[in-house]
Design a protein around this ligand. Sequence first.
Ligand SMILES: Cc1cc2nc3c(=O)[nH]c(=O)nc-3n(C[C@H](O)[C@H](O)[C@H](O)COP(=O)(O)OP(=O)(O)OC[C@H]3O[C@@H](n4cnc5c(N)ncnc54)[C@H](O)[C@@H]3O)c2cc1C
Length: 373
Amino acid sequence: MKQFSEVAVVGGGIIGSAIAYYLAKAGHQVDLFEAGQVGSGSTQAAAGMLGAHSEYKAFGASLHSFARTSQKLYEEAETDIRRLVGIDIERRTGGLLQLVFTAEEKARVSEICSLEGVTWLDQTSAEKEVPGLTKSILGAVHIADDVHVTPAIACRGFHSAAQMLGARIHAFTRVDDVVNEAGWYRIQTSKGEWQADYAVIAGGVWSNVLLERLGLGTPFYPVKGECIAVTNTQMPLSCSLFHDQHYIVPRNNNELIIGATKVRDDWSTEPTFGGIQTVMEKARQMLPEIEKMPLLRSWAGLRPQTIDGKPLIGEHPEKKGLFIAAGHQRNGILLAPVTGKMICDLIDGNAVPEVWTKAFRVNRLNIGEEVWI
Ligand SMILES: Cc1cc2nc3c(=O)[nH]c(=O)nc-3n(C[C@H](O)[C@H](O)[C@H](O)COP(=O)(O)OP(=O)(O)OC[C@H]3O[C@@H](n4cnc5c(N)ncnc54)[C@H](O)[C@@H]3O)c2cc1C
């Protein structure tokens, strides 16, 4: 028997969950379909840094506003989610300390030193901030606004709040096809067929399967990231430490999350000996005392990457009412709220900055224009 929905969201990672939340908040009837457990994809592997400033180079000056908007939306979402469903997404302030070991690195970070809330600390001041920090640095950049959340809990917060606002969450329900009918979409799932006015594909790196059927090729490839966690009862760490895409992120439960490698085109989700060795070595360079901490666990996840490093967010060029939101690579946790709100605004016909819609056009990679690497 066919069932009806207004908006069908495919994928229950942080992106699909945030989309469901903003749509439900705006009064839409949402059905979210997730092949496995909600939040079990790349989202559960993430460290949860909201690094709008530390990722300045990746976004570029023109898209920095996109990341900053998302960082700010987290503040509202945190309060709203707590009010609606009593979940604390563990948005932990304290910021991020980006370590600088060489004169060349110091020259590179100079462009972010003028940004709001960013302060240069010499080695002595940085060590005061983080006792036990390596003495081998020239200094560090403290970024007050680059806070972090616990990704699995933030994802649960978004979809539980969406559910409270009327969204229906269908876990263990795989979407096998999204077919454009006259003015509506047929959503074929492993548990039957749905009819929806709008469809949003937010399936992370696995979105390729549906996108290929919809004429958008296979724009995503995995970049595997390996991590470990240790227990820290030895030293207070109020901020994340970051250097050369490696990091140590403190959680509320005394765990330190240590990551991450970048292995292109590897679909496996088991951490390797070599990968773990790399993240351990990088962590020890930042915080030598870490080698004394008990090892808790290791894991790996797949970042959904595109060739130009930007996500695809927007409407299919020919199929009206069909939207894509995937490919957020290493910044999907950070960008979830702004992506959710942007999809909602596009469906509602609200204004969205042109620089965003242009940068994230969903067919830009097929037609081979504007490839930024
Ligand atoms: C080690 C590591 C560290 C990271 N650290 C950070 C960080 O500190 N900060 C940050 O911002 N980002 C970080 N990221 C990146 C972030 O995790 C991702 O960008 C983000 O989780 C992507 O979310 P998503 O919802 O698009 O994908 P996913 O979380 O992968 O969710 C997609 C979901 O869609 C489902 N799905 C796919 N196809 C279908 C279908 N046909 N039917 C039904 N369901 C389907 C999948 O089962 C999956 O659950 C990190 C990633 C890794 C691997």
